[in-house]
Each structure stands twice: as structure tokens, then as C-alpha cells.
Design a protein around this ligand. Structure first.
Ligand SMILES: [Zn+2]
Length: 349
């Protein structure tokens, strides 16, 4: 803190401007000023900060960042009616839960969103940061999910918070993960990792798979497909690779339809694909959204590339669509899925 400057200008300049002049965060400056005895009263900019943060940050973190004592902060919350009720897991929405998970990862722990994240983030991080109900929410939700039930609550929360970034087996395995890994599932996931994370195309496996450095221990371990995962299926790596190459030749690849094909599918049922499906949105660059995500391809009885499961969305709406809760959709008439998703999205906007 530039103390001489503050002393000279405190009575002359608004706090916001002081903060700008000495290039510190205004909340940080308020904390410092309070500690130095410039004022005791809560400032409006601090009140706004409290209201903004109270739904995502633990109470003692907010209190800490304002430099208040626990008693002071309690009294303030009491006076301005900001006391949080003890909340139960079932009172949280998925949106809130994922926001809190992202807060923990990005703001609190300042972690990068890359393949080291699954190895770093742990249940204890949620617990330590007063996010036990969030973890519990993940635990309850993943249990009823045909795919995620085999993996940990943390894997569920982070995969949902960052759609398409991670596979749940990249996280430390839960005690039932082994049950997921049948030979067929293991090979499918391995093929996904090889192609998407290691950048090795199946076309060239005939060449690459014969190399000693193909699928090293560190690669398999990093992506959760190491020896402990495959030892109940394959005796040794050699056998695994043999089966892998065979599976690529025998099983037709579960081909994802190209965007062009998806567009044609929608066009055939009379849906324009040059326009975002959200009313009033004029964004260009339209993508095709799968309402029930592509990763469920092998768990549902319909084709995820059918028209009723698709909607044209702009890039931004595509991102928010991936966060919409769709788990109860399969009970609804397929022909109204698109409209239901649109309604749910508009409720968030
Ligand atoms: Zn849009």
C-alpha cells in the first residue's frame, strides 16, 4: 500500500478512485483502511461484494477478505438480513452446485483446467471449503446416472462443470469403477484417449502400436487406464495392444456424425440450421447441440444423432445448453425435448 499517498488523499478522493490511483482492488483497500483505523463502517462497495459472493463463497472467506472479525461480520449479516440458513443438499440446484465447484477450482484453488486437474482435486478440498453439501449432491446424483454411477462424486461434479473436457476415469477411481471396465468398455475408452488425448489416429495404429514407446505407463496412468484398471481384463500390456488393434479392425468405429450430417438431419425435419434456436439470438457460427450428450450413445435405446435430440445453437448458447439439466427428459415425449431445453435455457438467461 502506498501509505503516504493514501494519507494525503483519503479525505479528498472517493475510495474507488484511491484504489484506482494506487492500483489495488477496492475491497482490498477497504480492508487495509479499516485495519489502519480510517473507518469502521461497512462501505457500499463492500455490501455489494458481500451480496455477490454470499452464494458462492464460504462465509469465513468473505469475512477474511473484508478484514472483519467473525462477530462483526455476523452482526452485519444480521442487520442486513443476509444470514444464510443451514441448507440441505436437496435445496441446491445443479446450476448452483456447478457454480460452486467452478469457484472452488478456478478462484479458490486457482487450478488450470487441464488433464492434471483430475489428479489434483479431491473430496477433501470440497469439505475443507464448506462445500460438503455440494459433494453430497454429487454423490446422490451420480448414483442414479447410468454412466457416472461407476465413478466418484468429484469426477461427476468436475465433468459436469466442464463439459467435454474430462472423462470420469481420469479422476481417482471409486470402489466400483472396476465394474465399469469390461473388455468392451475399456477398449472403447482407450481408443478415445488414444485419439483425443494422445493424438494418434487409428488409421496409423498398425505402425505406431508396434513401437515400444506406444502407450507408456505414464500415459495410461495419467488417463486412469493404467495397469490397475486393465489387469483384471488383460494379462499384460502386450495382450492389451493385440486386442486393441484387433478391435479397431473388427468393430466398426462408433462414428460420430459430422456436423454437416447433423445439419442435414435437422434440415430434413424443417429446422433451419443457419440460426440459433434461442429466440432473438442473432449470433452467427451455428453449432449442432446434442440434447442427450453423445457420450450416452451406448447407454440409450435411441440414436443420439436423431433429429429430436439435436438443436442448432450459437457458440455461447451451446456452452450454456451443455449445463442444462436433462436427466428427466427421457420420460417426456421426444418431439418436445428441443422446446423444453429452450425453455429451461431461457429461464437462466
Ligand atoms: Zn444463440
Amino acid at each position: 500500500m502506498n501509505e503516504p499517498f493514501i494519507q494525503e488523499n483519503f479525505n479528498r478522493l472517493p475510495i474507488q478512485m484511491l484504489a484506482k490511483k494506487i492500483n489495488v482492488d477496492v475491497i482490498e483497500l477497504c480492508k487495509w483502511l479499516r485495519r489502519k483505523g480510517y473507518f469502521e463502517e461497512l462501505q457500499p462497495i463492500e455490501m455489494q461484494y458481500i451480496v455477490k459472493q454470499i452464494e458462492k463463497m464460504p462465509i469465513d472467506e468473505i469475512q477474511e477478505s473484508l478484514g472483519l472479525s467473525a462477530t462483526q461480520f455476523y452482526q452485519i449479516r444480521q442487520r442486513f438480513n443476509l444470514l444464510k440458513k443451514q441448507r440441505y443438499t436437496n435445496e441446491y440446484t445443479e446450476e448452483e452446485v456447478l457454480n460452486k465447484s467452478r469457484w472452488l477450482i478456478e478462484e479458490k484453488m486457482a487450478l488450470n483446467i487441464d488433464d492434471l486437474l483430475p489428479k489434483t482435486i479431491r473430496a477433501e478440498h470440497f469439505n475443507k471449503n464448506e462445500l460438503y453439501p455440494i459433494l453430497k449432491y454429487g454423490e446422490l446424483k451420480k448414483k442414479t446416472d447410468p454412466y457416472f454411477k461407476y465413478f466418484s462424486a468429484v469426477a461427476f461434479l468436475v465433468c459436469k462443470a466442464y463439459p467435454n473436457e474430462f472423462k470420469p476415469y481420469q479422476f481417482p477411481h471409486s470402489n466400483v469403477t472396476k465394474q465399469y471396465f469390461t473388455k468392451k468398455n475399456y477398449l472403447r475408452e482407450l481408443r478415445w484417449i488414444i485419439e483425443n488425448k494422445l493424438g494418434l489416429e487409428e488409421e496409423f495404429l498398425i505402425n505406431t502400436s508396434m513401437m515400444n514407446s506406444f502407450l507408456t505407463k505414464k500415459e495410461l496412468d495419467l488417463y486412469g487406464l493404467g495397469y490397475h484398471t486393465y489387469k483384471h481384463i488383460f494379462k499384460e500390456k502386450k495382450a492389451l495392444i493385440k486386442e486393441l488393434v484387433r478391435s479397431c479392425k473388427v468393430m466398426p468405429r462408433e462414428k460420430n456424425a459430422t456436423t454437416k450430417e447433423l445439419r442435414a438431419t435437422l434440415f430434413n425435419v424443417g429446422i433451419k440450421t443457419e440460426k440459433c434456436y434461442i429466440d432473438g439470438c442473432t449470433e452467427k457460427n451455428i453449432e449442432i447441440h446434442h440434447i442427450i450428450p453423445k457420450r450416452y450413445r451406448n447407454f440409450v435405446s435411441f440414436n443420439v444423432d436423431d433429429a429430436f435430440n439435436l438443436m442448432p445453437l450459437c457458440e455461447n448458447h451451446h456452452i450454456s445448453a451443455a449445463r442444462i439439466n436433462v436427466e428427466n427428459l427421457p420420460n417426456q415425449n421426444r418431439e418436445i425435448w428441443r422446446e423444453l431445453v429452450k425453455k429451461r435455457m431461457e429461464a437462466f438467461l
